[in-house]
Design a protein around this ligand. Structure first.
Ligand SMILES: [Zn+2]
Length: 237
């Protein structure tokens, strides 16, 4: 049976070469921000056009729920569904993160991913774009009790910079390893990521990013912190 897609958005060869160079030239960068985000907490911060955001599993495997906004108009934000349609259900190097209508433009391009991608059941893969963020309501539905969650982490992180709770949106779940089984049900596995693994995202516009160290039990036996680093390439200055 043949299949029809939606037109995978591959980078042009010259874009691929440029991003490969930016990822390789780690000695030609200035550090703009370097921040440890504690386990079960969130953090919001600006990432300007041309800067590179690195998110590192500094303590071991840890899923990072990622939200992003246009710095000049937060009603334009990361669009999980459109990105899934254009790039796929799991993202890696060369994939771009797209914003909402009416602009629908690339917000970030993934330029580095050190996670080893192995053969997993039902083609499960790392860096999930399928699962919704965990929330107090979802935990009450499943476990009938209140638990720490990404929705609250992202809400608190954004409140600290003056964004309302309604700005929290479906996340890109970096380092989360997920799949769809033969009954079309979602499942997650322990992350393929190991301590020291990181992903780098190149900002295509001025943004505000919010991250959550997911407390939802998808990171292995214990929840951990994440290191967030923003670099400015020296060539761009
Ligand atoms: Zn979560």
């Amino acid at each position: 049976m043949s299949t029809t897609g939606y037109g995978y958005q591959a980078l042009a060869p010259e874009q691929r070469d440029r991003f490969a160079r930016l990822a390789a030239e780690t000695d030609r960068r200035r550090t703009v921000l370097d921040r440890y985000v504690e386990r079960e907490r969130g953090f919001a911060f600006p990432v300007r056009s041309g800067e590179i955001l690195r998110i590192t599993c500094c303590d071991g495997p840890q899923v990072c729920d990622f939200n992003a906004f246009a710095a000049d108009d937060p009603s334009e934000h990361f669009w999980s569904g459109r990105t899934r349609t254009l790039q796929g259900a799991h993202l890696s190097v060369g994939d771009r993160l797209w914003s909402t209508e009416p602009k629908m433009r690339p917000m970030f391009t993934i330029i580095a991913d050190t996670v080893p991608h192995g053969a997993l059941p039902f083609n499960a893969a790392s860096h999930d774009l399928v699962y919704a963020r965990c929330s107090a309501s979802a935990w009450r539905l499943r476990f009938d009790r209140d638990m720490p969650n990404c929705n609250d982490n992202l809400t608190a992180a954004l409140a600290a910079i003056g964004f309302p709770a309604s700005h929290v949106h479906d996340a890109f779940n970096i380092f989360m390893t997920t799949g769809v089984d033969d009954r079309q049900r979602l499942f997650h596995l322990e992350p393929e990521a190991r301590q020291g693994d990181y992903m780098e995202l190149h900002a295509e516009m001025d943004t505000v990013v919010a991250v959550s160290c997911c407390p939802g039990g998808c990171s292995g036996p214990e929840n951990k912190g994440l290191q967030v680093t923003v670099f400015a390439p020296l060539d761009a200055e």
